[in-house]
Design a protein around this ligand. Structure first.
Ligand code: 3HC
Length: 348
């Protein structure tokens, strides 16, 4: 019987050799907990992240924009579901995960606690927020836990479409009238700093980074990814012809990276402590959706119980006598239903 220590060193060795950890493999309890924490925070972020954008679906300026925004918001729901499913493989239930969100125990990304005031915010979110998400999430496609890394591959492909739709909105506004350029600039002014906060606290204030990187859950530090984001986005803003609201932003010729000003970490801490402009509204919206969806969960449960009891979707309930009824050809009632296009008589 291997000791806990031998198991741990065998586990770390697998990680070091880039062997993926799968749900049935042995893993240290803290690895499991770290994954549940990160994946669930990520799943909640996707689901809460639908709210600020959904606010603009009915007000998108034309059909093309509306269709793209609808598709994007639906994608976020899908991302949440892949991630919840990945998290469930670690031995926690979906209901427990939702409970953690609704009670405020589990975090979700700080960025979704800001309001979307104009249509340009939808452009800025796609460009900056999805841009930051891609920067942070592409390395997660190589996370050491199999179900998480596989979910991330598809998520990243979709995020890249989201980033482009946002940049395209910004480009259209920036090439438009003076008022439209003003809207784009105003959105950049409001979303820039919160986007930098998405990457999490500075490396020396990040309690989880060192262990997460040793376990290869995270592949890069928060500051490293933030710097990459600043480098890429600064040049995109130059292309758009709008200014990043940071007077200290400047290219450092020695490092080839853009230096940037101080992030307001007090604001970040307040947001993750629940005191942002929209925290309460976001959580209320999720709790209401959960309560309003109770009948769907009950119906789905009843349906699956029926199926488990041996009936198929849409077929009449099994005869309580346990004897299958036969149609004229001796077919069972379910088969008769399939081959007979006439609707079954409605029986009260
Ligand atoms: N918002 C809220 N909480 C944050 C945060 C943020 N932007 N950044 C860090 N935190 C929290 C951490 O969760 C942790 O809190 P906890 O101990 O209570 O769990 C604490 O601050 C300390 O931070 P660490 O840096 O030590 O934490 P991590 O090592 O987990 O790093 C992370 C934080 C970089 C966000 C990492 O968890 C991660 O990469 N997560 C996966 C990606 C993710 O969740 N992205 C969220 C956005 S998803 C999205 O944007 C949807 C898209 O459609 C746009």
């Amino acid at each position: 019987m291997p000791t806990e220590q031998t198991q741990e060193s065998y586990f770390q060795d697998k990680i070091d050799r880039e062997v993926r950890i799968e749900p049935t493999d042995w893993m240290p309890d803290n690895y499991r907990k770290a994954l549940i924490r990160q994946i669930s925070q990520h799943a909640h972020s996707e689901i809460v992240g639908m709210l600020p954008e959904a606010n603009w679906i009915t007000r998108a300026p034309n059909l093309k924009r509306k269709a793209a925004l609808l598709a994007k918001v639906q994608d976020e729901a899908g991302h949440g579901l892949y991630l919840y499913a990945a998290c469930e493989t670690l031995g926690i239930t979906r209901d427990e995960l939702y409970e953690q969100l609704h009670s405020g125990k589990a975090k979700y990304s700080s960025i979704f606690n800001y309001p979307t005031l104009t249509w340009a915010d939808i452009g800025a979110i796609g460009w900056l927020v999805d841009g930051a998400a891609i920067m942070n999430q592409v390395p997660l496609c190589r996370a050491s836990y199999g179900p998480y890394s596989r979910a991330m591959v598809r998520i990243c492909k979709e995020e890249s479409f989201h980033q482009r739709q946002g940049f395209d909105i910004m480009l259209t506004l920036c090439r438009g009238t003076e008022a439209q350029r003003g809207m784009a600039q105003d959105a950049l002014n409001r979303w820039w700093w919160p986007s930098l906060m998405m990457f999490g606290p500075r490396d020396d204030d990040s309690p989880h980074s060192a262990q997460s990187m040793k376990w290869k859950i995270k592949r890069n530090s928060n500051d490293e990814l933030r710097q990459r984001f600043v480098d890429i986005t600064t040049e995109q803003a130059q292309f758009l012809g709008i200014s990043i609201p940071d007077p200290e932003l400047a290219l450092d010729p020695e490092t080839g990276h853009y230096r940037y000003g101080a992030i307001n970490w007090e604001e970040f801490k307040a947001i993750i402590a629940g005191q942002g402009p929209c925290n309460r509204q976001r959580l209320e919206a999720r709790k209401t959706a959960w309560a309003d969806g109770a009948w769907v969960r009950e119906a789905a449960l009843a349906h699956s119980q029926k199926r488990a009891a041996g009936t198929s979707a849409g077929a009449p309930l099994a005869d309580p006598s346990g004897v299958a009824r036969s149609g004229p050809t001796g077919a069972t009632s379910a088969e008769t239903n399939l081959s007979n296009p006439q609707p079954a008589p409605y029986v009260k």
